[in-house]
Design a protein around this ligand. Structure first.
Ligand code: TZP
Ligand code: MG
Length: 212
């Protein structure tokens, strides 16, 4: 049975930022701290390398009830039998991705404007990654930051749950959920932190507090 998708604290792994602890140890620590979904995002890796890393991540996540989602690489997602695939607007179309991954895998799509959010077909896409909320050094050349008002606009028109991304830290949990988002998607707030478990826990505690 598929792991249920919980977007509330969604970690996107960056291999460069995770260099100190490594991807697997960062993931283990982050899950211990309360991360609810993990995305393998390695823009430099080929499919074989992604599959190798993904296998190690899958082993680290076994039994944790945390989804593993692969960024961009459909073949790697399929080979890994990952829980999901995440694509951007400049990758293949969502329909093409859905046709390749089949009906059961989760499909996430990045959106940067309300128009793109409204254009999502909920019979094809399961969740949206909405942002960037703030400017971030993690993604050079990212689109114009939208702030919380822009996030709220996207969430309001998206026909699927939307997770906020871009420069988010624990103190942003309240405005993210106030905007109607389903969670916080973070890279540098966990990857490359001296103590990734403590960093994840700080976020998870903040989320729990604002949702209770
Ligand atoms: N897409 C939009 S912003 C971003 C991605 C992948 C990077 C977010 O990284 P951080 O370190 O959480 O700001
Ligand atoms: Mg992409």
């Amino acid at each position: 049975m598929r792991v249920p998708l919980d977007l509330s604290l969604y970690l996107v792994l960056d291999p460069d930022l995770c260099a100190v602890h490594g991807l697997v140890e960062t993931t283990r620590a982050a899950v211990a701290g309360g991360v609810t979904a993990v995305q393998l995002r390695d823009k430099k890796a080929d499919t074989a390398h992604l599959v190798e890393t993904g296998r190690a991540l899958k082993a680290a996540l076994a039994g944790a009830g945390v989804c593993l989602i692969v960024n961009d690489d459909v073949q790697a997602a399929i080979a890994l039998e990952a829980d999901g695939l995440h694509i951007g607007q400049d990758d293949m179309t969502a329909l093409a991705a859905r046709r390749m991954i089949g009906p059961d895998m989760v499909l996430g799509l990045s959106v940067e404007t309300p128009q793109l959010a409204a254009a999502i077909d909920p019979s094809i896409v399961d969740y949206a990654g909405a942002g960037p909320v703030f400017a971030t050094a993690t993604k050079p050349g990212h689109k114009e930051p939208v702030g919380f008002p822009g996030l709220a606009e996207m969430v309001a028109v998206a026909p699927v749950p939307a997770v906020a991304i871009g420069g988010l830290k624990a103190n942003h949990a309240r405005p993210v959920f106030a905007a109607g988002a389903a969670g916080l998607c973070v890279v540098s707030a966990i990857c490359g932190q001296p103590d990734p478990e403590a960093a994840a826990r700080l976020l998870a505690d903040a989320i729990r507090k604002v949702r209770s």
